[in-house]
Write a protein that binds this ligand. Structure first.
Ligand SMILES: *[C@@H]1O[C@H](CO)[C@@H](O)[C@H](O)[C@H]1NC(C)=O
Ligand SMILES: *[C@@H]1O[C@H](CO)[C@@H](O)[C@H](O)[C@H]1NC(C)=O
Ligand SMILES: *[C@@H]1O[C@H](CO)[C@@H](O)[C@H](O)[C@H]1NC(C)=O
Length: 323
């Protein structure tokens, strides 16, 4: 940087002795003492370099050290989320979005006119994830209602592969005057993978427990599904779907909140919450001597605490770059 500034200095004359250049620099940039030392070193270095002759031999050679080659991860253009990180759902936890906007629903789509909205949850699943997806089932609905996620430019689905799906849910409102409230209505939930033409590629159902309308975060429950694909559609334009059988809920006035969805294919070394197998294996086969993570821009702009990587699932507010 000092050299750059020197070159940008209109009054800079390469013939000036170093001491004069440094005095000039100090006047122009009010360079603090610490930088002054660096400037002195760089200046003396560049002036000594000017006198060096470099000869290049066409034949001389030596072994290239194996420690010279490594990999650097730069978090741009979905190289992390949507790339090396194996999570298949986009906008899975409504991080860094503005609640009650259409943009907050990015990558999500309603199924059978279900009413979905991203809210600032008064009782969120964790302090780091303040938003949740709220599903309201209008009275008289008898269909399967819910929502789908389009993934990152689709979701690649392969026959015979088991995908691990999960989400957190809670009941945030229930019609207290409804006769169906005792016994409690049945909450039948189906998770699935669907091709663009609606073909079901994988599906699993569960009858969920019916927790009381919550007053604290313990009301959140995580549900897990294993989705085994029965086909390999040629197109990746597939969706992850969650539907609820509304026929048993008519008049219940039920409102459900969802948080932290997830869908993982088998990962590198079978690790939970892990890396994409194909990419990580290719990187490993290159036998890098080092792997630099995170990339430069993230080092500049954010602080990362390695302890957060332990069980950061619900504790990570998400990065500040949405690209
Ligand atoms: C991001 O990816 C898109 C699509 O491949 C490409 O057009 C764009 O140039 C990329 N942007 C950067 C910053 O690499
Ligand atoms: C499935 O994804 C496509 C985009 O690939 C989107 O247009 C469609 O609305 C999605 N459907 C569901 C149910 O998520
Ligand atoms: C609540 O229950 C009452 C009585 O069954 C019914 O009239 C009303 O439509 C229900 N409200 C909702 C939002 O389902």
């Amino acid at each position: 940087m000092c050299i750059k500034k020197l070159q940008e200095t209109p009054a800079f004359n390469p013939a000036l002795p170093c001491t004069e250049v440094i005095t000039l620099m100090r006047q122009m940039y009010n360079t603090p003492k610490r930088l002054f030392l660096v400037t002195t070193l760089l200046c003396n270095l560049t002036s000594s370099l000017a006198a060096t002759t470099i000869s290049v031999s066409a034949s001389a050679s030596h072994a290239v050290p194996t420690t010279l080659f490594g990999q650097m991860f730069e978090d741009i253009n979905h190289s992390g989320d949507g790339g090396l990180y194996a999570e298949l759902l986009q906008n899975r936890a409504f991080q860094r979005v503005t609640p009650n906007t259409q943009a907050a629903l990015s990558a999500w789509h309603s199924i059978n006119q279900a009413s979905i909205v991203v809210i600032a949850d008064p009782v969120p699943v964790s302090a780091a994830l303040p938003n949740s997806l709220q599903l309201t089932i209008p009275p008289g609905t008898s269909d399967k209602v819910g929502f789908g996620n389009e993934g990152y430019w689709g979701i690649k689905v392969e026959e015979g592969t088991t995908y691990k799906a999960s989400f957190y849910y809670k009941v945030s409102a229930l019609n207290q005057t409804s006769p169906t409230k005792a016994p409690k209505p049945k909450l039948q939930v189906t998770a699935g993978l669907q091709a663009a033409d609606g073909t079901i590629l994988a599906s699993a159902s569960k009858a969920l427990a019916f927790p009381a309308v919550p007053s604290d975060a313990s009301a959140w429950t995580q549900v897990k599904f294993n989705l085994k694909a029965t086909a390999s559609p040629p197109s990746p334009a597939n969706n992850f779907t969650i539907t609820i059988d509304a026929s048993a809920l008519s008049g219940s006035g039920i409102t459900l909140n969802f948080a932290m969805f997830s869908l993982f294919p088998p990962t590198f070394k079978g690790r939970d919450n892990g890396l994409r197998k194909d990419i990580a294996e290719a990187l490993l086969e290159m036998k890098p001597a080092f792997f630099r993570f995170p990339g430069g821009n993230n080092l500049v702009s954010i602080m990362m605490d390695h302890r957060e990587f332990n069980d950061a699932y619900l504790m990570n507010p998400g990065g500040d770059s949405a690209n």
